[in-house]
Design a protein around this ligand. Structure first.
Ligand code: ZN
Length: 405
């Protein structure tokens, strides 16, 4: 990640931007513009291709009314989510346990006497649909998913699901075999520039009388800001919620009784709401929290981790564990020329042997990483620390593991 030469002009700071969630006029920039790779979960066939990956501008604004944070320079037209998009995290047992818990929540939301018609918007390769099938068993009547990145040759997905290779929109309901009584969308709304339109399309697909449940999972902006987790900001995540702004968005789209929990060690929000016939009145008052200044947080993040990388590099090869958003961004912030970090480890075979956007760092399997003898591994997500320690120890490797945040 490189700072743009100019940064925001003085007058930009005075801009009042309209909030995409509550339509309030009190959005204000909270960050200098930075240049970042467009796609985070795309890995490249050569280091040269990786260094030439497409770039775009990240410039965050925050609504002082509802708390929503968004990229005010986001251009939806340059995004391309297709079959080459790779974001499978389910090779980690900590993540699978998280999926199972979420699937149990979803299935439990439908009264026991009713059959379950479940829909997932942004279902990827159907891993969560499979989890729903295994938890829901015979109670499932229909199980459908939508994702432009679906790679199957036909609609048959895991767990008996039908998967449509397309974005979900207001016209998608016509393709469903049953009106769903539960809808899930995990790690999708943060990629959408107009989250209200996205949620209203879901609401419209349910039919006017529906009282279906909706579940939304997305990263928590409070968690990122409180931890100064600068490696979590990326171009793909153009819409970032805290609990109140996610509840506000659901309410504006025609859902009631939004309950928002913090899950996965606080990193994600998990919202559950009910469809209702009439959108309710809105109230946007909130106590303004002291906003950490992202620019200064980013500077101290870089100062701290660059020093840690420097020290670690004196002990021998340094690796990062995790070749998705956090790893790509951590490398660009702290070692953009890849002079201190030797390689990145990822357990996803689809990423191994390929290269990270802009830094051009090689992604290796754990076994290939061990061959290069890393003395220190910076672990991008602390939720996986113990799992990583155990798996390395089982292969006779005991490097120093340093969790980020
Ligand atoms: Zn707002």
């Amino acid at each position: 990640m490189t700072q743009t030469s100019s940064g925001p002009k003085g007058s930009d700071r005075q801009l009042h931007l309209q909030c995409p969630v509550c339509d309030g006029q009190s959005g204000a920039p909270i960050d200098s513009a930075v240049t970042v790779p467009v796609m985070m979960n795309r890995v490249y066939g050569s280091a040269q291709d990786a260094r030439n990956a497409a770039r775009a501008t990240l410039s965050l604004a925050r609504c002082q009314d509802c708390g929503f944070v968004w990229n005010s320079r986001f251009e939806p037209s340059i995004m391309a989510y297709d079959e080459s998009y790779e974001n499978d995290q389910t090779l980690s047992s900590a993540f699978v346990a998280h999926l199972t818990t979420r699937a149990r929540d979803v299935i439990a939301s439908v009264p026991e006497a009713e059959p379950i018609d479940a829909l997932e918007v942004g279902c990827g390769q159907g891993r969560f649909l499979q989890e729903l099938a295994s938890v829901g068993g015979g109670r499932l009547r229909s199980l459908e998913g939508f994702d432009p990145a679906w790679r199957g040759s036909g609609p048959e997905g895991p767990g008996g699901a039908r998967i449509h290779r397309r974005y979900f929109d207001a016209t998608s309901a016509q393709q469903l075999s049953h009106a769903p009584n539960v809808i899930v969308s995990r790690h999708t709304i943060e990629h959408v520039a107009d989250p209200i339109a996205f949620l209203r399309a879901i609401r419209a697909a349910l039919g006017p009388e529906s009282q279906a449940s909706v579940f939304i999972e997305t990263p928590c902006i409070e968690w990122i800001l409180q931890r100064g987790a600068m490696q979590d900001f990326c171009y793909e995540h153009c819409s970032l919620f805290d609990a109140p702004s996610l509840a506000t968005a659901l309410k504006r789209a025609g859902f009631i009784d939004a309950r928002v929990e913090h899950v996965f060690g606080g990193q994600y929000l998990w919202a559950h709401a009910q469809a209702t016939a009439l959108p309710q009145g809105l109230a946007f008052t909130r106590d303004d929290v002291t906003l950490p200044q992202i620019d200064s947080a980013r500077r101290s993040f870089i100062a701290h981790w660059r020093q840690e990388l420097d020290k670690a590099a004196q002990d021998g090869p340094v690796a990062l564990w995790g070749a998705s958003t956090k790893g790509v961004t951590f490398a660009l912030l702290n070692d953009p020329q890849a002079q201190l970090i030797d390689h990145v480890v990822d357990i996803n075979p689809a990423k191994q042997g390929r290269y990270l956007a802009l830094s051009g760092l090689a992604v290796l399997s754990p076994a290939d990483s061990i061959q290069r003898g890393p003395q220190t591994i910076f672990v991008m997500n602390p939720n996986y620390l113990e799992e990583i320690r155990e798996s390395l120890a089982a292969q006779g490797s005991n490097p120093r593991l340093v969790p980020i945040n």
